[in-house]
Design a protein around this ligand. Structure first.
Ligand SMILES: Nc1ncnc2c1ncn2[C@@H]1O[C@H](COP(=O)(O)OP(=O)(O)OP(=O)(O)O)[C@@H](O)[C@H]1O
Length: 218
């Protein structure tokens, strides 16, 4: 699903340099990405999603050479095959929970918001324990509930690749396992690949493999 070769990346004007000689993640594999603070874990996810583009090397996702796409193609690629869950999630304050969950379908013309999608949105919300909150506004939710809304939104298009960046970082244990359950259940059901950055070593046994970014650096 993901093949990275001879990758080198740096932010303009910054000292940080990420070098990944080789990294492969199989379709359907669930991997945790760990490493010291500042090792480049978030940057690696951004490179996989085409949010950042390497100075050299190759990032292939589902056979697509992400670095070779132009800006518009990269945006379409992201919208069509990647579900991104950040810790600093951004829900839309002016949209209720249900409208937040289906928002991707309103901004992407390639996606059709039909009755099947609405049904899936309701099912996801139910699995996330949000059925009672669908008409609530984000400001009326707890942090754990907001995070679950963000996960539902990321998973609704049934992405082939789920990228999670500290998705459970600030959550209490109950919400943490609820968010992880959602991510894993969806990954399993759709055969999606899951790459999750985490500092939470207690969750590592749930993953198929742990990638230590500090050990990958070239
Ligand atoms: N937009 C940016 N411009 C310049 N430097 C950046 C930018 N984003 C991140 N960096 C730097 O790149 C390095 C890697 O950052 P990154 O966020 O990928 O690390 P991380 O491993 O995810 O860290 P943490 O575990 O603390 O979240 C850091 O030194 C950071 O300061």
């Amino acid at each position: 699903m993901i093949e990275i070769e001879d990758l080198e990346f740096c932010y303009p004007g910054a000292e940080f340099r990420l070098a990944v000689p080789e990294l492969r993640i199989a379709r359907g594999e669930r991997v945790a990405i760990i490493g010291a603070s500042g090792a480049g874990k978030t940057t690696l996810l951004k490179l996989m999603a085409g949010i950042a583009v390497p100075q050299s090397g190759c990032v292939r996702v589902g056979g697509v050479e992400v670095q070779a796409l132009n800006d518009r193609q990269r945006r379409n690629f992201r919208l069509s095959c990647i579900g991104f869950v950040f810790q600093e999630l951004e829900l839309f304050d002016y949209l209720n929970v249900l409208d937040n969950i289906v928002h991707t379908y309103r901004i992407n013309r390639a996606l059709k918001l039909d009755s099947r999608v609405w049904a899936r949105a309701m099912e996801l919300a139910e699995q996330a324990g949000l059925t009672e909150k669908l008409r609530r506004m984000p400001r009326e939710l707890s942090q754990g509930e907001r995070q679950r809304v963000a996960v539902c939104r990321a998973l609704l298009p049934e992405p082939a690749l789920i990228l999670a960046d500290e998705a459970t970082g600030n959550l209490d244990p109950a919400n943490k396992s609820r968010v992880l359950d959602l991510l894993f259940r969806m990954a399993e059901r759709r055969g999606a690949t899951l790459a999750a950055v985490t500092h939470d070593h207690q969750t590592l046994p749930r993953f198929d493999r742990v990638i230590d970014l500090s050990a990958l650096h070239g």
